[in-house]
Write a protein that binds this ligand. Sequence first.
Ligand code: AMP
Length: 309
Amino acid sequence: MSHNITAGGYPTVSPYLTVNGAGHTLVFLEKLLGATARLVHRDDHARVLHAEVVIGDSLVMLADAQPGWPAREGHIHVYVPDVDAAYHRALELGADSVQAPVKKDDPDRRAGVRDSGGTTWWLATPQEDPAPVDLRPFIRTVMDFPRPGIGFKDITPLLADAAAFSACVDQLADAVSPESYDRIAGIESRGFLFGAALALRTGKPFIPLRKPGKLPWACRRVEYALEYGTDALEIHEDSCGPGDRVLLLDDLLATGGTVKAAARLVHELGASVTAALFVIELGFLPGRKALEKDGVAVHSLLAYNGEES
Ligand code: AMP
């Protein structure tokens, strides 16, 4: 659990804060940062408050500390554009000073205040956003695999680098807002790697779309054309249904045939497709056009314009 949250449009790091007195903290945050705060749930029986706070583009959950899940006092950081202004505003709001802003020229200067609920906040200047990790060096193009003329995009270097893989999952979560879908359908087999990781990152259910004969429960099947012959995909009938918004995920978009079939399966079960998301798009092939013609929005992290590039 990280306690970094942000204000004023800086990126959030953590969505969950456990504090002593979430109610006080909510009001304090609202006043200090001009946040729009909205209470989403209160469980009076358990005397636990859960609150959803939107600050800039960031969503933060506040919860009262519970036995066995203690608050981490003194470790909550809020990034504010102006430490002095936020510090003085906090004192006006009745907070106690823990540490006045010091070291005028230090770009990482901070101040500490304690709100009336006993939660200590460290107000700090925002750090520059780190440049997004370039995933391209982690994709290896293997020429003439599996057939002459094909430039195979090998994702194993990406999987072998935990930091790059994690950055890739972050970028997938940023590419399509998780608020716009309820479930993630990953396509066998490399779509499972990214789909399962994204499901864990976003807290969404994962649906495997599998090659024929692999799924044990009642299935729907669609066949689709390959360059030579046909292939098929299957989905469990109880994996999604009317009202569900499904994100389709695969490692790579080439002609789009696989994902078109995936979209048909999801539609046959009465669910809608939010978008199709890929780590890699072969921009010189007609996959994007084919999907968009079917009304499926396409997002990808990396586009390639030739077999060898
Ligand atoms: P398509 O249905 O033509 O869009 O093909 C997409 C599927 O084939 C994805 O599941 C990819 O894993 C795989 N695929 C197609 N072309 C390549 C390639 N050049 N490198 C790696 N995988 C590919």
